[in-house]
Design a protein around this ligand. Structure first.
Ligand code: BGC
Length: 532
């Protein structure tokens, strides 16, 4: 039987608000994505994942949802969505959407009803109301509880405008069954499940004894049967447009592989994101360890863990790889204080090598919009233009995620760089010095980051060794990463300080940067053909 498509798909994350603006509102929209489909097809991706486009007051950029089966007017209409799915399919591109089940918006009709209905009401049971809060903190900073005018408190693991659902209430279960079916019928190929590990909380909501203990809102056992039931729903909608089943990828930030094991079950959600490449220092031993851990998890579970190098929640790759790597896990506060030097040329060299690593590894890959242009984190956004609730809820101590969400530069020499037609102010400001980083500029520059991505994606499609499958480490020095894949492919990266010899009898088919008299310079990677 053929492997499901998601096992080796390359998925491009479209951060809708910042991708392309067709109606000159300063925010991206669905018709904007549609107009840029040829760009995505030329880039060579198999699918796009759209961040939330549902009606929302946008307190958390659309992760605060008022209607799970609609489209916010700022992004277009349901018809625009249908047209996008159809046109994408015509170009061979699948569409993946974001499902946000942990919480809704405080403007959602159920929460408004709950607020009006008062303590003890049925309407409050769909959420987590209590007479007194526990000591949980919001993942965005500050307390996880907000007091209502009648004296009760409601739980929100994120912003106070994002009340958590009570997943032990049958209405909540039924709502999301219906939401999944609604979008599957409209032709989505897969769903990304936001915060897939926090839906259930321990029943009596115990205090968290210390910051280092496993929080009682993660990984509760009921998630297993919930995801089994979602898998049955997904499997009951055979795709009409593309061959193969519908997919689902769970957003789980884990550091302990045992946590990933809870989700990688045969009958649960078919994929769990692998964020580990983003969270370890740029060092051969660290990368090898997380790659081996994932290979083990995939082999034992039969599941799939797409590799991720960037997304809308994390400091941009070229900036992340350009700072002191001891800070890699939590660069936010240091970046905010300006307490860390960001070496963009170095980060860019490493990012180029990193993407060749990502695309050579067995399995699927997620690319984040703008990483293919090498966009750096925009650190100089004025405080009064910042939107991310994490910035505001920490009193500005955390820099927040706005810097990786800046509207895409498509062309031209000044903002809005072709993001919108005409000189509209964009919802987040763009830096004044991105003229060389636009799509148009990089398309005409030999060796640009964009050219590297296009070449790598084309080769990945054509080369029989790439995509899903096996890999074998090649013994190498501590500063290098090298592995082979059959037939005839070898990957090598130099993460040390001085040039390294290339293996004999190989031909370079793609390099992340210039070679040094036939040797592999520091922070450079190559794809090699061993068949010569
Ligand atoms: C999303 C974030 C969002 C949060 C709350 C996440 O993990 O990726 O962007 O703020 O969930 O919905």
């Amino acid at each position: 039987m053929a492997e499901p498509w998601w096992r080796d798909a390359v998925v491009y994350q479209v951060y809708l608000r910042s991708f392309a603006d067709a109606d000159a509102s300063g925010e991206g929209d669905l018709p904007g994505v549609r107009s840029r489909l040829p760009y995505l097809a030329d880039l060579g991706v198999d699918a796009i994942w759209l961040n939330p486009f549902y009606p929302s007051p946008m307190h958390d950029s659309g992760y605060d949802i008022v209607d799970y089966c609609g489209v916010d007017a700022r992004f277009g209409t349901l018809e625009d969505f249908d047209i996008l799915v159809r046109d994408a399919a015509d170009l061979g591109i699948r569409v993946i959407i974001d499902i946000v089940p942990n919480h809704c918006s405080s403007q959602h009709p159920w929460f408004r009803e709950a607020m009006g209905a008062g303590p003890g009401s049925e309407a409050r049971k769909r959420f987590i109301f209590r007479d007194a809060p526990n000591n949980w903190q919001s993942l965005f900073g500050g307390p996880a509880w907000t007091r209502t005018p009648d004296g009760q408190w409601y739980l929100h693991l994120f912003d106070s405008t994002q009340p958590d659902f009570n997943w032990r209430h049958p209405d909540v279960v039924a709502l999301f069954d219906q939401v999944l079916r609604f979008w599957l019928k409209r032709g989505v190929a897969a769903v990304r499940i936001d915060m897939a590990n926090t839906l259930f909380k321990e029943r009596d909501l115990p205090d968290l004894p210390s910051a280092s203990t496993a929080a009682p809102y993660y990984d509760q056992p009921e998630l297993r049967s919930l995801y089994r039931s979602w898998r049955r729903i997904l499997d009951s909608y055979p795709s009409d447009t593309f061959p193969g089943p519908r997919g689902a990828v769970a957003e789980i930030w884990f550091s302990d592989p045992d946590i990933a094991r809870l989700y990688l079950t045969k009958d649960g959600l078919p994929q769990v994101f692998n964020f580990r490449l983003m969270l370890v220092p740029w060092a051969a031993a660290d990368l090898r360890a997380v790659i081996d851990e994932a290979r083990g998890l995939v082999a034992e579970s039969g599941g799939s863990m797409p590799w991720v190098l960037g997304n809308h929640d994390i400091t941009r790759m070229v900036s992340r790889l350009g700072i002191d790597q001891a800070l890699i896990r939590r660069p936010s506060a240091a970046l905010r204080r300006g307490a860390v030097e960001v070496d963009i040329p170095r980060g860019t060299r490493r990012a180029r090598a990193a993407v060749l690593l990502q695309l050579a590894l067995p399995g699927a890959a997620y690319l984040y919009q703008g990483d293919e242009l090498g966009l750096p984190e925009y650190l100089a956004i004025p405080d009064d233009r910042r939107k991310d609730p994490t910035f505001h809820r920490t009193g500005g101590a955390a820099i927040g995620r706005d810097g990786c969400r800046v509207p895409m530069p498509w062309s031209g020499n000044a903002p809005p760089y072709g993001f919108a037609d005409g000189p509209v102010p964009t919802w987040l400001p763009q830096p004044p010095d991105w003229a060389a980083l636009t799509v148009a500029a990089e398309l005409s520059e030999t060796g640009s980051m964009l050219q590297l991505y296009r070449a790598a994606l084309l080769l990945r499609r054509e080369h029989p060794a790439l995509g899903d499958g096996e890999m074998t480490w090649v013994e190498s020095s501590n500063a290098e990463l090298a592995f082979t894949r059959e037939p005839g492919f070898e990957f090598m990266a130099n993460l040390g300080d001085s040039p390294a010899p290339l293996p004999a009898g190989c031909r370079v088919i793609l390099a992340s940067g210039p070679l040094d008299s036939g040797r592999l310079p520091a922070d450079t990677a190559v794809w090699l053909d061993r068949a010569v």
